[in-house]
Design a protein around this ligand. Structure first.
Ligand code: SF4
Ligand code: SF4
Length: 547
């Protein structure tokens, strides 16, 4: 056992919260040791190939893997941060001594402050045969595919429709894996509607009020039996159906990893809205033990953007306490971060988090504006099926049909209140507005819109389309976002689908914008028979059509 090393700040966990915490403190002169048990930094960000929602200030519109590159770059450039990889924190004791296993040696540290950003673990589900090979957690599927480039199966049944389940389904499809269906026990989809809609457009069924009864197979998964649930969550007899698949992916929630906190006797309490046992902590992320802070999923399950802001608050709070720099400036930055977090949580999707936080006695010092807690539209059909209702669509289309005569115009198929603004920020003509609140639904001002198509590539929810109704006497053009391989060629004939993934017609590719600016979300202009301009929302490149 080595002698004890003094530290100013130890950050445990190199995911988005830990990296942000380390940077926030180090930027104010604090010497930080950032410890990560794996041999690389990044936590879940390393698997996130999709673009993030949220505010542009907090990297919205940027892919998780690119956010990670920026954070790691900043960490590497910062002389105040020492990174300890392959370093597992094994113990934290009453005198705040921390033991870390590194390079087969147990080392002892005495940090002045600690920020725990240890993240979360996946929940499992009880059903018959759930130990068959071929049953994965969503995190494992993402690790296999996005970190190691290995396909988990050829046809996957997803259990759970939260954002992680929906995102993993989309990534499976991008990797060429079929998704048999998404099964969701709740009566509504758990994740953002835009994620669900893009899967429906790709033909993936989403079965809400359904559950898995058992996995089928001898040596490995060959299928699953699912059934319907009634409003009391009881099985509806006679509704069993066999789904053929060679893997079952479970995405049924996360639970905070609080083991080390419990070892240090940090007070915890069970809050179902936050994922399980969470530490009691104040609005500066400090726990019941002085100088011991938390950030990210360990403090309650939320999105990565919230984790990064919590990391900043914790890091800045440590910097303020140690006080090497202007406390006023740090305090100002803490307030800014708190306001940003409050804004992110202020819409309907933040309601659950707000309820959970209130059980910890937290509301960040201000009352949430509850008028933003209600959906502006009735999206019950959308949240049950992933497909917007006629009413929802009517609300987003021009009130007068003749507006379509003016030329190409953008249509936003984003109907839910959640914190996101890249569409607004991307439009050079200020044609998209959320009326001053990031949680509002975006609306297009058709007078201002030039149909340039910039927003089509910039929307992380793939919810922006441009429609040129009168492209010719008989045809319209729809510009659609496209994130699959192979890319179509100009002049190619493709199959065009509606919002439920049903075949509509053949279309001709007339333009592809797929440069650096589009950042892998191509904007593809497809010419179609005029009668389909309000339905055509997806296309597939025909196999064999492609050279
Ligand atoms: S198509 Fe262009 S002008 Fe119209 S809303 Fe999108 S970015 Fe703005
Ligand atoms: S339309 Fe706007 S608010 Fe909706 S997902 Fe796209 S960028 Fe976000």
């Amino acid at each position: 056992m080595s002698k004890i090393q003094n530290l100013e700040l130890l950050v445990v966990g190199g995911g988005p919260a830990g990296l942000s915490a380390a940077l926030a403190a180090a930027n104010y002169g604090i010497k930080v040791s950032l410890t990560e048990e794996r041999e690389f930094l990044g936590g879940q960000l390393i698997k996130q190939t999709h673009r993030f929602f949220g505010s542009e200030k907090e990297y919205a519109g940027t892919r998780g893997i690119d956010i990670l590159k920026k954070l790691i770059d900043e960490v590497n450039k910062n002389n105040n941060i020492e990174v300890l990889l392959s370093s597992r924190v094994l113990g934290i004791y009453e005198d705040n001594i921390v033991t870390i296993l590194n390079d087969h040696k147990m080392k002892k540290y005495y940090p002045q402050s600690i920020i725990f950003a240890t993240g979360a673990s996946e929940k499992f589900l009880a059903f018959e045969n759930n130990d068959l090979p071929g049953i994965f957690g969503a995190g494992a599927v993402q690790t296999l595919m996005n970190v190691y480039g290995v396909l988990p199966a050829t046809n996957v049944l997803m259990i759970g429709s939260g954002n992680i389940g929906l995102i993993v389904c989309y990534q499976l499809l991008q990797a060429g894996v079929k998704v048999a269906a998404i099964v969701e026990a709740a009566p509504k989809i758990g994740g953002y509607s835009v994620h669900a809609s893009k899967l429906r457009r790709l033909g993936v069924p989403i079965l809400t009020s359904h559950t898995i009864k058992k996995a089928i197979g001898k040596e490995k998964v060959e299928g699953a039996v699912i059934c319907e649930l009634d409003s009391n969550w009881n099985e509806v007899k006679g509704t069993e159906q066999l789904i053929k698949c060679d893997a079952i992916c479970l995405s049924v929630g996360l639970t905070p990893l609080v083991d080390l906190l419990k070892q240090r006797k940090v007070k915890t309490t069970y809050v179902s809205e936050l994922g399980g046992y969470v530490p009691l902590r104040d609005e500066n992320m400090e726990t019941s033990i002085k100088n011991l802070f938390v950030a990210g999923d360990v403090s309650g399950i939320e999105e990565a953007t919230a984790a990064m802001i919590e990391g900043q608050i914790a890091g800045l709070s440590v910097a303020k306490r140690i006080g090497k720099n202007s406390k006023d400036e740090i305090e100002e930055r803490i307030e800014e971060a708190k306001n940003e977090l409050e804004l992110l949580r202020s819409g309907p999707v933040g309601k659950k988090i707000r309820k959970g936080l209130s059980k910890l006695g937290l509301n960040h010092g201000k009352n949430y504006n509850e008028k933003f807690s209600e959906e502006a539209l009735d999206i019950s059909h959308l949240m049950k099926t992933g497909v917007p209702s006629e009413e929802n669509l009517k609300n987003k289309l021009p009130s007068e049909e003749k507006v379509f005569d003016k030329g190409p115009i953008a249509i936003s198929e984003c109907f839910q209140r959640f914190p996101c603004d890249p569409c607004v920020k991307s439009c050079p003509f200020n044609a998209i507005s959320e009326n001053g609140n990031i949680n509002n639904i975006p609306y297009v001002d058709f007078e201002k819109c030039t149909g340039c198509g910039i927003c089509v590539s910039k929307c992380p929810g793939l919810a922006m389309f441009v429609i040129h109704k009168n492209f010719s006497e008989t045809t319209s053009v729809v510009i659609m976002p496209y994130e699959f391989l192979p890319r179509p060629h100009k002049g190619e004939i493709v199959k065009v689908f509606d919002r439920e993934g049903k075949y509509l017609c053949d279309g001709k590719v007339i333009r592809i914008l797929d440069g650096k600016f589009q950042d892998k979300t191509a904007a593809v202009s497809i010419e179609i028979p005029k009668e389909y301009y309000l339905q055509a929302r997806n296309f597939k490149v025909e196999e064999g059509n492609h050279g």
